[in-house]
Design a protein around this ligand. Sequence first.
Ligand code: ATP
Ligand code: MG
Length: 332
Amino acid sequence: SPRVLSGIQPTADSFHLGNYLGAVRQYVALQEGHDAFYCVVDLHAITVDYQPEALRRRSRIAAAQLFAVGLDPERSTVFVQSHVREHTELAWVLMCLTGMGEAGRMTQFKDKSAKYGESSAGVGLFTYPILQAADILLYGADKVPVGADQKQHLELTRDLAQRFNHRFGETFTLPEPYIVKGVEKITDLQEPTAKMSKSSSSPAGILDLLEQPGPLRKKVMRAVTDTGTEIAFDEENKPGIANLLRILSALTATPIPDLEARYAGQGYGTFKKDVAEAVVETFTPIRERTEKLLADEDELDKLLAAGAARARAVAAETMAKVRDRAGFLPAP
Ligand code: ATP
Ligand code: MG
């Protein structure tokens, strides 16, 4: 069956609604009928400022959330990126095939490095998309479920795969991004044209999967909207309402035109209350399951060890081919 791979960073104490709708919910759907690999990309998480203790905690929280949303350890290979050393090894080979200009065009680097000033951002932040390409190519992924912000990185991945294949012989599968329309960019509640983000959203702008119902409701009720009264999907003029419509539509499997009709003539208050309830209803069981999984660290670590063993077997096979084709002597 076709291969799927995706990664999520342990850069916060919880995933947020954008991660859930744009990525993690698709992971669960895709474990049906696919050979799926999902990793907590801790090596990516150290490309920005971090504390070792927080990274350890967040890596376990991220893994627990993946199981809590419904990934089945029997069907999906869930693992931690740093447990599989081939990721960094392949990244090096791919870095040597990447042009400086090519890497320099990545908009995520431009956005994230702006925070530090481009010259003091780490080199790892610059080469991040190349490590991501290695993550994907190691497993021969056909499909990569991601949000719209990762589209450019997927294009780079395809270019690098093609370049390697052209120079050294057919080795890598060219992966396709799997981006679901309507949920590819959930925006910040306080800044409804910007992506909701673990590392750059303000607390009021982000809905965390592990948050309690009280704060979740409050944030939805305080979400920035326009001064009008009409509940209509108008991305350009009503980005806040458009975002809430997309959220309610995705959480309740109701087409947006049906929602527009349902809320015609009603104020923003009623609509927002319903959005808040849908969020709380979805998040609460996930939070409870995550808490249970985190209460037994040994069991969680066991699941991750089993995932790592399965991932390693595939990664080692790919890397053996790469080493040979790229001209390295057999390891003694
Ligand atoms: P960071 O700000 O640290 O980069 P993030 O919120 O972007 O965190 P990632 O771990 O980088 O989260 O991304 C995990 C997955 O979630 C990726 O597939 C990404 O495209 C997707 N994603 C992130 N934010 C959103 C969003 N607002 N809407 C839809 N998908 C998103
Ligand atoms: Mg991100």
